[in-house]
Design a protein. Structure first.
Length: 307
């Protein structure tokens, strides 16, 4: 029994005529008659009774008609679903984004446009620092991540560079640094700094520290925060100052003034999209394609105040 034979049989049952069914399915009458006969032989049952005006269904034919209609409908549903999965119109996708970059305009635009273009995809976004993202990408519990990487070559991952970030100084709005911004990092040697744990984002931490070593700058860290949001909250509370990704400026917080300095804008902090090698998910492919369109390189802004 073939789906083709079932569709021919349904056409005969609904038109009550071999000739009318032949016109509907665009098959010559002799060929159609032969396929119906093969169907009856395969099922070992008489499905049609011939009479002068056409054909009518036997009891077995009526039972088969109900089942055939259901089977053909189910076949269409399966084909439609598989086509949607193959094109990335449905499915699931999980994306990690560094906490700082959730408010960056290009990231917000990417999330909005992906959701708008593929509303049937189960789209999950997780605010994660770069270290945990890398772990989850390699474990296969995350499909893609927007994060800091120090090298395009990442074992088990494919990458695409999205844009360049840099660093900025965050100070309490009511501090003397806000009134008289420093011109050099050397002026901040004795300031109280709030910093992050290396373990939560080793790539970011080490890249910043190497930049400071080149400048012979050694911040005096007196407080630690779990992520940039926690760090900035502590800055706003007046517990100290910090150096954070300039993307933080996209999410201004009350009580904080952001200052950009030449020695900080010169620290290139590349932002990458990464995904596991061998992940052939069409939903992921669509995200990668959209991200390449959404992001364009942004030049470093001139040094100055961003409050």
């Amino acid at each position: 029994m073939e789906f083709r034979q079932l569709s021919y049989f349904v056409a005969v049952a609904e038109t009550g005529s071999i000739s009318a069914a032949s016109r509907r399915v665009h098959v010559a009458q002799p060929a159609l008659t032969r396929q119906i006969r093969l169907l009856e032989e395969g099922l070992e049952a008489t499905l049609l009774e011939r009479h002068a005006r056409g054909v009518r269904l036997t009891v077995a034919g009526e039972a088969l008609y109900e089942e055939a209609v259901a089977l053909l409908d189910r076949r269409t549903q399966i084909k439609t679903r598989l086509a949607a999965l193959s094109s990335g119109l449905t499915g699931k996708l999980s994306l990690g984004v560094t906490v700082t970059h959730l408010w960056v305009p290009e990231v917000a635009s990417l999330l909005r446009h992906y959701r708008g273009r593929y509303p049937q995809v189960g789209f999950e976004v997780f605010p994660l620092l770069s270290g945990p993202q890398l772990d989850r990408l390699r474990e296969g519990t995350l499909d893609a991540g927007i994060l800091y990487l120090d090298d395009v070559e990442q074992h088990g991952l494919e990458t695409h560079r999205l844009q360049n970030d840099h660093l900025a100084l965050a100070v309490p709005a009511d501090s003397h640094w806000s009134v008289t911004p420093p011109g050099r990092l050397a002026e901040l040697e004795q300031a109280d700094f709030i910093w992050g744990f290396r373990s939560v984002s080793p790539v970011y931490h080490d890249r910043v520290m190497r930049h400071f070593q080149r400048l012979d700058f050694h911040p005096r860290v007196v407080q630690l925060g779990a992520d940039n949001i926690a760090i900035l909250s502590m800055v706003a509370a007046g517990l100290g100052i910090s150096i954070v990704p300039a993307a933080s400026i996209c999410h201004p917080m009350p009580g904080i003034r952001f200052l950009e300095m030449n020695e900080l804008t010169s620290c290139d902090m590349p932002l990458w999209l990464a995904w596991r090698s061998g992940n052939d998910s069409p939903a992921l492919h669509n995200l990668v394609t959209l991200a390449r369109d959404e992001f364009t390189p942004r030049p470093h802004p001139p040094s100055g105040d961003r409050s």
